[in-house]
Design a binder for this molecule. Structure first.
Ligand code: ADP
Ligand code: MG
Length: 238
């Protein structure tokens, strides 16, 4: 089970509070999108869910276990960033298998997982290439492939498509939706693209200055926005 729960999560950097007591329950297998203006704390929340950043108070649990008390290798979380830092000297196949090789997984298992991920992402024909020989969209697929091979319970995406041009963004959005259907993993996805949010999300979290303004399905937010701020973000008439 990969239910993700945040209970009264606060985060301060120095004396500045950036996350103010956030409560969230994300069901196993849900696709949840975080939206909100730049600086409202989306990345900080994701990093706390990943266990990459400590909470100042409160707790984050995945499958009932506190993230900061779980061995990083056993958290079952994989994160995909906007700047897909691939290793330039390694092939696509090596880039995808590197993290797994570090865990000491058996060779045959690594090969099988890379094979499966490259099938899902249609990277089969590109496995021997170096990142410099790939398009932006292909590189981003490799970055997602690196996450898939780790077989995570929870995928965290931090504006993964914002460096791509409009056409590729649409294409990748469709692929990410397909990935969610095929893998059934819990996915938490940060974007400021309203279309991405509305089309990908089972539920949307609207954030403002470190607080949750509203949490609901795209339809709920569209038809019944909690306030003008939410309406402005979702594009409904209120
Ligand atoms: P978003 O991803 O929504 O743009 P962030 O989570 O990156 O927002 O940042 C939320 C707030 O926390 C911002 O005011 C940012 O300047 C601040 N912040 C983020 N990381 C740090 C840090 N390591 N040290 C100090 N302040 C930070
Ligand atoms: Mg951010």
């Amino acid at each position: 089970m990969a239910r993700v729960e945040l209970n009264q999560v606060r985060k301060a950097f120095g004396t500045t509070d950036v996350i103010h007591g956030v409560d969230l329950q994300i069901e196993d297998g849900d696709f949840v999108v975080f939206v909100g203006p730049s600086g409202c704390g989306k990345s900080t929340l994701l990093r706390m869910i990943a266990g990459l950043e400590d909470v100042t108070s409160g707790e984050v649990t995945i499958g009932g276990e506190r993230v900061n008390e779980t061995d990083p290798a056993k958290r079952g979380v994989a994160m995909v960033f906007q700047s897909y830092a691939l290793y330039p000297h390694m092939t696509v196949e090596e880039n995808m298998s590197f993290g797994l090789r570090m865990t000491g997984a058996p060779k045959a298992e690594i090969a099988e997982r890379v094979h499966r991920a490259s099938e899902i992402l249609q990277l089969d024909a590109l496995l021997a290439r170096k990142p410099s020989q790939l398009s932006g969209g292909q590189r981003q697929r490799v970055a997602i492939g690196r996450a898939i091979v780790r077989n995570p319970r929870v995928f965290l995406f931090d504006e993964p498509l914002s460096n791509l041009d409009a056409e590729l963004r649409v294409q990748m959005r469709v692929e990410i939706a397909k990935l969610h259907r095929e893998l059934g993993s819990t996915m938490i996805y940060v974007t400021h693209d309203q279309t991405e949010a509305m089309t990908l999300a089972d539920k949307i979290v609207v954030l403002r200055e470190g607080r949750v303004e509203q949490f609901g399905t795209p339809l709920e937010l569209y038809e019944n926005p909690a306030n003008a701020f939410v309406a402005g973000f979702i594009g409904s008439p209120k």
